[in-house]
Design a protein around this ligand. Sequence first.
Ligand code: MN
Length: 498
Amino acid sequence: MAIQTLIRKYKIPPEDQKLIRDAYEFTKLAHTGQKRVSGDDYIVHPFHIAEHLAEWGMDAVTIAAGLLHDVPENTKYTLDDIRKNFGDEITFLVLGVTKIGRIKLRNQKEPAYIETLRRMVLAMAEDIRVVVIKLADRLHNMQTISVMPREKADRIARETLEIYAPLAARLGMGEIRGQLEDLAFPIVYPREYNQLVAQVRPRLADANKYINVLTHEFSKILKMHGVPTVKIEGRIKHLYSLYQKLQKPEYDMDLGKVYDLVAMRIITDSVEHCYAVLGALHQYFKPIRGRIKDYIAVPKPNGYKSLHTTVFGPEQKFIEIQIRTQEMHEEAEYGIASHWAYTEHGKPKKGVRTDAKKLEWVRQLSDWQKESTERPEEFLENLRIDFFKNRIFVFTPKGDVKDLPEGATSIDFAFAVHTDLGLKCQGAKINGKLAKLDTKLSNGDVVEVLESKSPRVSRDWLAVATTGNARGKIRAYLKQQDQGLLSRITPGFMKGNK
Ligand code: MN
């Protein structure tokens, strides 16, 4: 595909076309004569990255930076050449990608690796587009990994599972995460992959038939109720996420226990109609208690919006259903990337770039790690917990939502609300009941922190707090106390000695 085809296919607005064509020509010239391991001309690689970025709806500056991303590292052209031709913004993005590229997951305790991860977090806080380009780069490298020598492929695939897929998830790019995981899965766990495929294959034909039946039924019902639908689609869950599910004790690697192999999605044209779809379907299919989730009224902290329900479908099967508008759909698939997306009128969305709230967690993360004086291994451990672990959503009594890692306690929650509240925390009510401070919080809990008049921090809290934020602040407070104590004790001690 030529660059012109990309421009047409993704409807790049006229005023941006020249930039993308120029970046393409420059990249092609710079990589002249270079080949990929596959034997392809090198330009194939940056071109695919540009295509992923265009598909995810990124702006022209990001697409151009994606084209140029390997130029300074792999060709005779430097960052200065890029700056002269394309200006500061694109140069900044290319530099960011180059820095992250140096992260290698060889030895996790290796200080260089930790240092680079730290830099990645900082780069992200400055401009999340750097990470989006890096994800496109990794996705194409995974798509072409079969030509790599075994050992290198293994390292790249592991790194993809450990860093890049969770990163995509954390940015709300669920679809990209699924793709990265499914590409890495057969390389990192070949035996488990083959076993799972053997189990899933016989059920695929049935599942596909079932999706067809459901699509037909749903569209009939919604037509009868006069609810417009943009799209009804069904899918079989991603293999790696299925594998992770099966590993939980309640599934015990038995595919027969997974009822929701099939997930349905209904896209409609407005928020009102999302609720109308839910209401209509519930009249025909009984919903399962506790499985109706209204992420439209209460979005997840990463911005995710949709209605979720699980219902009893035909043939006594459970069906998971997601209901959303087209806009919510784009956000759910491409997450943070969709904030830079063009609207259908070909104009970039206004004001979204400065939507700081969406990036609040990135800012917090980079703040505490800048202040953090912890040893590198501890930093990495905290990053693992704060950043990559599954998140739970906990509410203040006023309904504000805080986003915490799984395993977090009321102390973590108190510090997430406010440092002062953390320091003065002396107890907590979880869902209206008094609870111990070390009680692990669950998704959806409402937590009321009981505050004392003065700080109550004790050293034991370090064993109870799990987030880097809380631990850092507890440590800082204790250190300050120790120093204060020392300066008060020392003079008296001297006097007594006289
Ligand atoms: Mn690359």
